[in-house]
Write a protein that binds this ligand. Structure first.
Ligand code: CDP
Length: 131
């Protein structure tokens, strides 16, 4: 599983998407992404998933420090990314939004993020420029 920490052009905000499914995660915000298919690199998987889900083309950069084991077979990683073309739209999510460091911290503290993604918040907040 690969998720994207997608920065805006000013480097002040990150893109979050609100999950529509499954029931236990619906309504919570995540870094968008999905599963790599057989033969696909995580970079290719992330570019394909955000094109399908959000209608954007992204450039993919290095991996964030933390990895999350979702199950015995599934590891969740995140890669830094930036928008090359398109405006993000919620095609498979309930909504999308750009958030700055302060808002991201508050959403995490208040339990609005999917649980696994909370591990990345300190690194995201540290990288985001003040607005
Ligand atoms: O669409 P696909 O099955 O490829 O992946 P998904 O439904 O977006 O994600 C599968 C699982 O990964 C979710 O049920 C979440 O448990 C987890 N996930 C997560 O914890 N944080 C993310 N940013 C993305 C996925």
């Amino acid at each position: 599983m690969v998720a994207g920490a997608i920065l805006d052009s000013s480097g002040t905000r990150i893109l979050l998407a609100r999950r529509a499914r499954p029931a236990e995660l619906a309504g919570l915000w995540e870094l968008p992404g999905g599963k790599a298919e057989v033969g696909e690199t995580d970079e290719e998987a992330l570019r394909r998933e955000v094109a399908e889900e959000l209608g954007i083309d992204v450039g993919v950069e290095c991996e964030l420090r933390e990895r999350v084991a979702l199950s015995d077979e599934l590891v969740l990683i995140a890669r830094w990314a930036h928008v090359i073309a398109g405006e993000p739209a919620a095609r498979e999510h309930q909504a999308v939004r750009w958030v700055g460091a302060e808002e991201l911290s508050t959403m995490c503290e208040q339990g609005y993020l999917v649980p696994a993604d909370a591990v990345w918040v300190p690194e995201l907040v540290a990288r985001l420029r003040p607005a």
